[in-house]
Write a protein that binds this ligand. Structure first.
Ligand code: OGA
Ligand code: MN
Length: 294
């Protein structure tokens, strides 16, 4: 039996017993965690430190892994084991804090925009698992928003307007928004845009939710400005405080979120202080939309 308690926020649960992240899960436990994810979209596990290999092993129990934005910056070739680990830190390879001009700091900044991981690719991300290794003395929380509640709270007119709309999500759009135009044409072309319905349904529960975030840059069938304004309006609506949970990190915490049904963003911190989180992510390779996109 997995024991849970609600989090101090609009949604999500903490697992308080019955799971040891270092021990293999049996199929019933995987099913139970999937069920909790379907219902709550976000799970916190506290005080269970993992090293990189342990985190990879834990995550693989939930499906094949995603390498995400590394497609833009990788040197090509077959994915390496550690391509599957997102280094969400401001540290250089020698362990010291990176210069503010370093690409990894720009990636940290981009993570502070509301997004759904890898929504710019097909298949996109399913579960992200973010694990805390080291935290700054202030700030650096991660904030989440519940796209099921946000969809439910839309006015009916807006619901019927967006119900059949499809948005284009593009990997480098967030970088352009932040004024970083340093990407080569090859990098820009490395991940072609992906197209997702703005309103999606969890195939296991039939529950509808919004699917938006900063990677979404236009809406099919509308002019770019009209579509973008609607996306901005939806984002403002969907990230109101009543839909949010703010996670204050402690070393050894893992937060697992369903990228299909939530948005998240990192919060500001002083980039001169070390902050180290590690992300592993599963692919949403069973999405019914994959058939449509063929
Ligand atoms: C991520 C992410 C935000 C943060 O790991 O996918 O967006 O708080 N992180 O660093
Ligand atoms: Mn992210």
């Amino acid at each position: 039996m997995i024991a849970t308690k609600p989090l101090d926020g609009a949604f999500g649960v903490e697992i308080t017993g019955g799971i040891d992240v270092l021990a293999p899960l049996d199929p019933a436990q995987v099913q139970e965690i999937d069920r909790l994810m379907d219902e709550h979209s976000l799970i916190v596990i506290r005080n269970q430190p993992m090293d990189v290999d342990q985190q990879l092993a834990w995550t693989r129990q939930f499906g094949p892994l995603d390498i995400g934005f590394k497609k833009v910056i990788s040197k090509g070739g077959a994915p390496q084991k550690y391509d599957e680990v997102g280094d969400i830190s401001n540290l250089s390879t020698d362990g010291t804090v990176a210069k503010r001009t370093d690409k990894r700091i720009l990636n940290n900044v981009a993570n502070q925009l509301w997004h759904s991981d890898s929504s710019f690719q097909m298949p996109a991300a399913k579960y992200s698992m973010l694990h805390s290794v080291q935290n700054p003395s202030w700030g650096g929380e991660t904030e989440f928003a519940d796209m099921k509640a946000a969809y439910d709270a839309l006015p009916d007119r807006m619901k019927s307007f967006v119900d059949d709309k499809v948005a284009e999500h593009f990997a480098v759009h967030s970088r352009f928004l932040l004024g970083d135009d340093s990407y080569t044409p090859e990098q820009v072309a490395a991940i072609p845009p992906a197209h997702w319905p703005i309103v999606r349904e969890n195939p296991r529960t039939g529950r509808r939710h919004l699917f938006i975030g900063v990677h979404a840059r236009s809406i099919e069938g509308l002019t770019v400005p009209e579509g973008r304004m609607i996306l901005l309006d939806l984002l403002e609506h969907a990230t109101q405080p009543q839909f949010r949970y703010l996670h204050h990190w402690q070393v050894g915490d893992t937060v697992i979120w369903d990228n299909r049904a939530t948005l998240h963003r990192g919060r500001h911190y002083d980039f001169d202080e070390p902050r180290e989180l590690r992300r592993t992510t599963t692919l949403d390779d069973q999405a019914p939309e994959l058939k449509r996109a063929g």
